[in-house]
Ligand binder design. Structure first.
Ligand code: ADP
Length: 474
């Protein structure tokens, strides 16, 4: 071995940072490695929405919630194949996780987001409007803690095991240059200096999902082509996951890959448009088929239901749905969630509904009737057409000009499957059905929590909570 640590953490997103802080709190000599030039993976670029059942803001607003309701919502979206004991652990610990982030400098808005598929609003939004509002303050504190080392451009390649099957270290490469033009996690062609790192207590995997692994994702779902766009950072590949399978870790539900329904086809990736749809158009507005000028789904259904409906509208001729809201909705947004999109020209502003319809070549009268009908549903408190929970839209109708609209499309967002872990964040071995000694994992590299489809804003809860649990148990 070239260097020795107590704990080695692979990945610098939510899961890695939460584990890192817990280890450093105990005085462990902790190394975190990150293969990219910047820290934070998907965590730092995501929307920063963090689901906490039974939280303080709910109590203030008189919203009744329970752990059981949270679990039932997750299992409904997950088609019942979620590993329930992991969800129970999340529900029990989520509030503590939230407090842990506050302690280390994260800041949140004082109103809740209502994410699709949740029975009640139970989601915090970071004050800066993205995951950076958690990742950056926590990382800043982590880096200052005693005994901590962070190495970027350092890529995990393989495990080092002893004869008894315990993970005792890793092989990695420093000065590694990630090449996003490569199809997959190519071990041969990206250079760097090989090194062996010893981990006397544990190796913790927090390497995220594989939405950008153009080979492995297409093996799981052959409908995905190399050009299928994703909201993820380019380094979201399957290399670590496959190496863990190689030492006996159990794969869980690896072919369930989620599309985020709130992206925009007129920009790449997560972009600057996604949060407009997450926070405004879907909740306070509607999504319409431009061919008919009509709604076609419950805009607050879970992600899988929405993505499936959107793909049906898009069809073969790229007939992208139009997501829209009025000024009352925009007034509730953080400036970051619409100003950048306006500037980029993907979000458009219209003085009248007619103007909006004409711009997107929609049948004007049909579209106006859609809006009138929708407004009447909001007023009546019931959407007989699609069952949108109108009690969650705060009485906001599409009525105050100007109106705002964006073309919408689902993009690859989250891989639900991964490594099997127990409630202690230990990775399970396929032969013994017992933990692989010395190996922990948390976050998107693991599977089971979300079943077939993850509810929005539960990723942060999952990654941080199991990251924290890994750190506690190492
Ligand atoms: P999570 O939300 O599960 O914490 P993220 O995507 O936020 O996941 O973070 C995972 C991080 O792990 C990313 O920054 C990614 O670049 C990094 N990573 C993935 N594979 C490797 C590897 N082989 N070596 C080092 N870091 C890796």
């Amino acid at each position: 071995f070239d260097e020795e640590y107590d704990v080695i953490i692979v990945g610098s997103g939510f899961a890695g940072i939460a584990c890192g802080i817990k280890c450093a709190e105990k005085g462990y000599k902790t190394l975190m490695i990150e293969k990219m030039g910047r820290i934070g993976g998907n965590s730092v670029i995501n929307g920063g929405i963090f689901c906490v059942p039974q939280n303080d803001l709910q109590k203030k607003a008189g919203i009744k919630d329970s752990n059981e309701l949270f679990i039932a919502d997750c299992m409904k979206a997950g088609l019942g194949i979620n590993h329930k004991e992991l969800l129970e652990t999340l529900a029990k610990r989520a509030h503590e996780t939230y407090q842990f982030t506050l302690k280390y400098g994260a800041k949140y808005l004082d109103s809740l987001v209502h994410e699709g598929g949740h029975s009640v609003p139970r989601t915090y939004q970071t004050a800066v409007g993205s995951g950076a509002g958690i990742v950056l303050p926590l990382m800043e504190r982590f880096e200052k803690m005693a005994g901590v080392a962070l190495k970027t451009r350092t890529k995990f390649d393989d495990f080092v095991m002893d004869d008894a099957g315990r993970v005792i270290g890793i092989l990695a490469r420093e000065d590694y240059r990630f090449d996003s033009k490569l199809f997959s996690d190519d071990l041969e062609n990206q250079g760097g200096t090989p090194k062996a790192f010893k981990a006397t207590k544990a190796v913790m995997l927090a390497s995220g999902g594989f939405c950008q692994d153009k080979y492995y994702r297409a093996v799981q779902d052959p409908r995905l082509t190399p050009s299928t766009d994703s909201t993820n950072h380019p380094g979201a590949t399957a290399g670590v996951l496959l190496k863990a399978f190689g030492i006996g870790a159990v794969p869980v539900q690896v072919s369930w890959i989620q599309f985020g329904p709130w992206a925009c086809p007129d920009e790449k990736g997560f972009g600057v448009g996604s949060m407009f749809n997450v926070n405004a158009s879907f909740r306070y507005g509607i999504s319409v088929d431009p061919k008919t000028g009509k709604r076609y789904m419950n805009e607050l259904a879970d992600r899988k239901i929405r993505a499936d409906h959107m793909f049906a509208v898009i069809g073969k001729d790229e007939n992208y749905p139009i997501n829209l809201c009025d000024s009352q909705a925009i007034e509730r947004l953080l400036p970051d969630h619409y100003e950048k999109a306006l500037k980029a020209g993907i979000l458009k502003k219209f003085n009248t509904l007619e103007e909006l319809a004409q711009h997107y070549k929609m049948p004007v009268e049909a579209f106006k009737k859609t809006v009138t009908d929708y407004n009447s549903y909001v007023k009546a408190g019931k959407d007989p057409e699609f069952g949108k929970p109108t009690n969650m839209v705060d009485g906001i109708t599409l009525s105050k000009a100007p109106f705002y609209a964006m073309r919408g499309t689902p993009k690859l967002h989250h891989t639900m499957g991964g490594l099997q872990i127990n409630t202690q964040a230990q990775v399970i071995h396929s032969k013994t059905h017992q933990p692989i000694p010395g190996l922990y994992a948390a976050g998107e590299v693991t599977g089971g929590v979300h079943g077939a489809s993850r509810l929005g804003s539960v990723a942060i809860t999952d990654c941080l909570t199991f990251g924290m649990i890994a750190g506690e148990n190492i």
